[in-house]
Design a binder for this molecule. Structure first.
Ligand SMILES: Nc1ncnc2c1ncn2[C@@H]1O[C@H](COP(=O)(O)OP(=O)(O)OP(=O)(O)O)[C@@H](O)[C@H]1O
Length: 284
């Protein structure tokens, strides 16, 4: 697996808050990587680190095959970013914003930007202040893809969009990613959308990676006990019935299945809940 980005044992503190705690992740080239975590798990801190805004306290960053302590400007120019809430100069139109942003990127493709505006149905001469939230988010995507970045980071880009606009945005992201062959890291706390867009997921919890792999391999590893032929009392398997999440998490921990157990696959949402529940139990 050829990875465009690798983080190893990254630690980042804000004063006493340990935001990233030995975080490891690897993003394969040319794929969409879903970066999934609850509020406060450390997603934004990780993405800001990749934008060169939060240099890590410890750990190793490998980006585009280079090992760096923090991300220098020449590498930042190869990274596109779509934030949670785009901030544009409100008096600028989409076209003016294109000219403005284009100045920062040596690889800016003005023709591609015009094509993206048409493709995403963004009015070229309307001021940003008069655009809907959905249009502003699409404009952010057009601005990011117009510099043809090899790596695109999106930080919970669909927050605030209704389900139709969210689906439309994600479909357009998938199409553009395929056209340009971009490597994408897409952060979200919405399991359904990560399942829709990503081939590979990283689940981050309290600043550490809890799981990383394909959606398929995650499903194969974490299962729910649907039925049991006989009672089963062993560590990690207390209350198999009536407490699905503890059972699912026990399956994840690699425990052998009890004799006669019937298993069923879980959706990504249940797996995510299972991880959250197990970690709460461990912390209690
Ligand atoms: N500037 C800061 N000062 C102090 N603590 C911070 C700062 N930024 C983030 N944190 C803390 O670091 C941890 C990780 O926050 P982060 O914003 O990276 O999480 P997140 O996964 O992006 O959450 P969300 O989904 O809510 O955006 C949290 O405990 C947060 O309170």
């Amino acid at each position: 697996m050829n990875c465009l980005l690798r983080l190893e044992r990254i630690t980042h503190r804000f004063g006493k808050v340990l935001a990233l705690n030995d975080l490891d992740l690897a993003v394969p080239e040319g794929e969409i990587y879903g970066f999934l975590g609850r509020n406060g798990a450390g997603k934004t801190t990780t993405l800001r680190l990749l934008m060169g805004l939060n240099p890590p306290d410890a750990g190793r960053i490998e980006l585009f095959g280079e090992q760096v302590k923090s991300v220098p400007v020449r590498l930042k120019q190869k990274i596109g970013f779509v934030p949670q809430e785009p901030h544009f100069y409100p008096w600028m139109t989409a076209r003016q914003l294109g000219r403005f942003v284009g100045e920062f990127y040596p690889t800016w493709d003005a023709q591609e930007f015009e094509r993206l505006l048409r493709r995403l149905d963004i009015p070229t001469d309307r001021k940003a202040s008069a655009m809907s939230g959905g249009t502003r988010t699409k404009l952010s995507l057009a601005l990011a893809f117009a510099s043809r970045p090899p790596l695109l980071l999106l930080d919970e880009p669909t927050t605030g969009l209704d389900p139709v606009a969210r689906r439309e945005f994600n479909d357009q992201l998938i199409e553009l990613q395929r056209e340009q062959g971009t490597t994408v890291m897409f952060s979200s706390h919405l399991v359904g959308e990560v399942e829709q867009v990503a081939q590979r997921v990283g689940i981050i919890q309290a600043g550490s990676t809890r799981f990383e792999g394909t959606v398929r391999s995650l499903r194969a590893q974490v299962r729910r006990i649907a039925g049991l032929a006989q009672p089963f009392e062993q560590p990690g398997w207390e209350r198999v019935r009536g407490d699905v999440y503890r059972a699912a998490a026990a399956a994840w921990e690699g425990a052998d299945l009890p004799p006669g157990a019937e298993v069923e696959e879980l959706g990504l949402e249940d797996i995510f809940l299972a991880f959250a529940r197990t970690d709460e139990l461990r912390a209690a």
